[in-house]
Design a protein around this ligand. Sequence first.
Ligand code: FAD
Ligand code: DLZ
Ligand code: SF4
Length: 509
Amino acid sequence: GPLLIPVLGDQLTPDIAALRDADKADSIVLMMEVADETTYVRHHKAKIAFILSAMRHHADRLRALGWTVDYVRLDDPDNDGSFTGAVARAISRHRPRAIHVTEAGEWRVRAMLEAWEARFAIPVTIHEDDRFLCSHAQFDTWAAARKPLRMEYFYRDMRRMSGLLMTPDGTPEGGEWNYDADNRKPPPRRDLLMPQPLRFTPDAETQAVLAMVAERFAGHIGSLDHFAFAVTREDALRQQQRFLDEALPRFGDYQDAMLTDEPFLWHSILSPYINVGLIDPLDLCRAVEARYRAGKAPLNAAEGFIRQIIGWREYIRGIYWHEGPDYARRNALGATRDLPDFYWTGDTEMHCMAQAIGQTIDHAYAHHIQRLMITGNFALLAGIDPHQVHVWYLEVYADAYEWVELPNTLGMSQFADGGLLGSKPYAAGGAYINRMSDYCGSCRYDVKQRVGVDACPFNALYWDFLARNEDRLTRNPRLAMPYRTWTRMAEADRAAIRDQAARFLDSLA
Ligand code: FAD
Ligand code: DLZ
Ligand code: SF4
């Protein structure tokens, strides 16, 4: 029989490892829309529509390239909803001599693929996914030699390995490895010249998917009204071009800025495409470097962007596989509160939260600082169960797959790994949000007050967070300053702040 090559929904790259050396005339590519993947967490409607439409378009592309594709649709009558069931039925249709598959992007699915050989009694080869700079073995070797693990040193190795933004004599371009200090400018005033991502009009195939998703997943979070994602490589590349032309030059400057009713700012909006395989992350980094070398983007923008991809993205993935499946259960700060209902509706008087959650519902997108310093920071300060926070992020963002979402959420944002991923919790009061956004000006709360009915909730929560976790965090050198400020406050002020926080937290239940 032929070779059976299952291709998963985030493997939409024509030369993905399992396909690269296979013979088109002697292989069946199997793509599967399955209910288990759409509901193991209740993904945002637009995320499901994006992935399924991108899968259907990818199947067309593979066929155009000469592959035979067996495509299982979600509404096929004998679809039992699982990858393993779909593979079992494909085996009876095609009688393959062997299965070749590219490794999955999460522990849950990895276990399924690893069980196939015993279950089906045919040889199964699992290829390493090499759409990353750093292999599993390389990361393990790197990590074994270092304690604590820190992104910055890993990133320098990735710069050397890739040659990106390096001079011929092996030093970093411009003399520094990292220009982050230049990338914290407060937001500019809103104007009409700000870049906007391309919006793609759904074609007939996408419209069919949108109709199916609206019907089958009506109870899931999110709106389909604003759906404008690219679902083909050509369109994803158009957005890449748009980003390079219009947003990259100021990406660095305004990387951390937030503006009311401006969800996208100078960000690339490419993560959904990179993560499913429509855009190659290294090609993108090379294109960014070329803009810098041509004098069309400053170094702080090019370096900052490349760091996000070959630094953070690769490092996060390394941590996910290095730490094992139990990482998802960590809860170093012992946080147990339930995620408040307004995470599902955006219905809160905190304007920053309403903005970050509202655009998430509309677009299945929020940029990094909104995820980290608004919704993530709030959950950290309020002591929300990190597992619930993790599930929320996995559900609501179009770019969310466990390998990238989990360490970002549980580690970086919630400090639930106790400082493995980052050296200090990303906790901040209202002053930080006020500095980096225009949100506070339109908020019913007063960002300058700590106590009283009009006080910004982030302020009392910030101090309460430090006080509550004093035993665990007081020895962290990066928190020495705030702890000093806290212990120097008058006893009565501290009591009033903790009382304010307690009343606010009670009101969440
Ligand atoms: P840009 O700002 O244009 O950045 C460029 C690219 O860099 C992104 O497309 C992405 O590929 C990469 N990148 C930047 N930061 C990170 C990071 N911390 N980790 C990995 N890649 C990064 N990113 C995801 O791709 N999927 C997730 O599920 C996800 N969950 C997150 C959860 C939390 C709590 C936080 C704080 C961050 C999360 N991120 C996640 C990282 C980051 O927020 C998104 O990659 C980014 O907002 C995507 O938008 P963009 O393409 O416009 O990014
Ligand atoms: C996220 C997702 C969704 C919503 N649906 C599918 C699907 O129907 N078929 C599929 O192959 N993949 C889907 N995915 C992506 C998978 O969950 C993803 O491939 C795994 O998380 C990788 O381990
Ligand atoms: Fe958010 Fe506080 Fe500013 Fe309101 S005042 S927008 S709650 S930081």
